[in-house]
Design a protein around this ligand. Structure first.
Ligand code: B12
Length: 225
């Protein structure tokens, strides 16, 4: 069987140990990280019908969730760390100091899904961004207060729950009201992806974690934090 397909199935069945070992083999074969993240997402996508208001098979979904998080933390993060360590010497020599640009990231109020956001936070951290992770169920005020206090360049907001989307619209207005509308707002997650930047009143809607990362990296200007 195709190894990426195997990884999806292992995650779907909550086989955490085997999923980690399968992902390690994929990385050893130089499989792109984008393909691994897609396989993880596909594994959870299949559980959609076990996670409805009427049919909530919590154990199955949580076991799959655990398998996905372990692959991200034990395989992808470790691989990114190794790449960073390899680059560190030459980078420090070239620039004198590590660059940091802050992103404040969280899941919008009312929504407790945080796996996608966790992947984005992991990728950003290993791209030398300073990540302030507010967790889940985060109010608009908390996003805005923290972004201003941290002198952040970006707010990354995740939403998988359609009913929570309307709150995202308020972030940019609240930033503008406080004179900080230079902070760029990027939305992501299954529900946000169904919408548009205009409808969500954000600067960008990311279709996956790498799409978001590209936006951040393309909009990082030199300067403090
Ligand atoms: C896992 C899961 C859960 C877990 C969450 C565990 C956790 N720690 O996150 C648990 C069991 C807790 C859960 C609970 C519920 N869930 Co649920 N859940 C899912 C499931 C199966 C997978 C979601 C997931 O993590 N996918 C994998 C990640 C990696 O994908 P992702 O989030 O899309 O992220 C990727 C991109 O979107 C992007 N991204 C995400 N966020 C961001 C942010 C930024 C800034 C950027 C740049 C990119 C980005 O990066 C990621 C990698 O590319 C989905 C079905 C689905 N496939 O979406 C339902 C789903 C999201 N759940 C759903 C529902 C209804 C619920 C419950 C209400 C069920 C209930 N009976 O109570 C509760 C929610 C309670 C609440 N208030 O939030 C619905 C939502 C429907 C809707 N559109 O409103 C879905 C879609 C299932 C369905 N019925 O269709 N759920």
């Amino acid at each position: 069987m195709d190894r990426l397909k195997e990884l999806s199935l292992l995650v779907q069945h909550g086989e955490n140990v085997q999923a980690v070992s399968c992902a390690e083999k994929l990385l050893a074969q130089a499989c792109p990280m984008e393909d691994i993240v897609k396989a993880l997402s596909d594994g959870l996508e299949v559980l959609r019908n076990k996670c409805t208001i009427e049919n909530f098979q919590l154990l199955d979904v949580l076991l799959a969730t655990r398998a996905m998080v372990e692959v991200v933390d034990e395989c992808l993060a470790r691989k990114l760390q190794t790449e960073m360590d390899t680059m560190a010497d030459s980078f420090e020599r070239a620039s004198g100091e590590a660059p940091t640009k802050a992103i404040v990231i969280g899941t919008i109020q009312g929504d407790i899904h945080d796996l996608g956001k966790h992947i984005v936070a992991t990728l950003c951290r290993f791209k030398n961004m300073r990540v302030v992770n507010l967790g889940k169920d985060v109010s608009v005020d908390r996003f805005v207060d923290t972004a201003i206090a941290e002198n952040a360049a970006f707010i990354g907001v995740s939403s998988l729950m359609t009913v929570c989307l309307s709150r995202i619209n308020e972030i940019k207005d609240e930033l503008a009201r406080r004179g900080h509308d230079h902070i760029l707002v990027v939305a992501g997650g299954g529900a946000a992806q169904q919408s548009s930047p205009d409808r969500l009143n954000v600067d960008f809607v990311a279709h996956d974690a790498f799409d978001g990362l590209d936006f951040f990296l393309n909009h990082i200007l030199p300067g403090p934090s």
